[in-house]
Design a protein. Structure first.
Length: 244
């Protein structure tokens, strides 16, 4: 499932922003196609413009309510009348995601008794660590999330430590989630808490209500699209790859 809304706060209409000849939503869809373990790919949107564009490149689309408060709520509304045991929520602003990363989540859900899982990767530098558009996650010793934040976490009280020489303290969160169907149904019935509202991070709803999120560490050299600057970075990245 790829949730995509038009009214993005930081970059309105970002799903339809063009990078070369393709829209952002098409790029994400084409990345999802490279998953070997998927059964179906569905775009869930609240906007006719996104639906029309998605239909133009052959995607299946479900139109959802504009009242959905998060991407996961939108995914559930689109999936609730369908049969599915494991649902992957690939956010519509992750155009550099790889099919094998999607399949990593499918595998985790098939082999471990967890209700929800997501991915992270090492932070590359101090700039990422301090960027509020880069979501950070800290983990416990069993690979479950302790907290997600837009702020730099943890705070280095001992200033001899830093994110550059102790990257295992925190990771960059990647915008993709896996759910078992029963947990997804439970998740959307939970009320938004203050942490979710404060950080604008839907995954905090699970942690605030006492549920655990398995986090798989992977190698990833990508980023989500939240700003005009991110779009420019993506354009430059694609140019370099084409040249290479």
């Amino acid at each position: 499932m790829i949730p995509a809304r038009y009214a993005s706060t930081r970059l309105p209409g970002k799903s339809l922003q063009k990078i070369g000849e393709r829209t952002l939503i098409q790029m994400v869809y084409e990345r999802a196609l490279t998953s070997k373990l998927k059964d179906e790919i569905i775009i869930a949107t609240d906007d006719e413009r996104i639906r029309e564009v998605a239909h133009s490149f052959g995607a299946e689309v479900v139109l959802t309510s504009p009242r959905c408060t998060s991407g996961t709520d939108r995914v559930y509304e689109a999936i609730k009348e369908r049969k599915a045991d494991i649902i992957i929520n690939l956010q519509g602003d992750e155009p550099l995601i790889q099919g094998n990363m999607i399949d990593m989540l499918f595998s985790v859900m098939e082999h471990e008794r967890v209700g929800m899982a997501t991915l992270c990767c090492p932070l590359k530098n101090e700039e990422e660590y301090r960027d509020p558009n880069t979501v950070k996650v800290v983990l416990d010793s069993n690979g479950f999330a302790l907290y997600f934040s837009r702020s730099p976490i943890p705070y280095f009280f001992n200033h001899q430590l830093s994110i550059t020489n102790h990257q295992s303290f925190a990771y960059k969160h990647i915008g993709i989630y896996a759910y078992r169907r029963d947990f997804l149904e439970k998740f959307v019935s939970l009320k938004q808490g203050m942490l979710e509202k404060a950080e604008s991070l839907e995954q905090l709803r699970a942690l605030e209500n006492g549920y655990r999120i398995k986090v798989v560490i992977t190698d990833y050299d990508g980023f989500g699209i939240d700003t005009e600057e991110d779009l420019r970075r993506l354009e430059e990245r694609i140019k370099k790859e084409e040249i290479g």
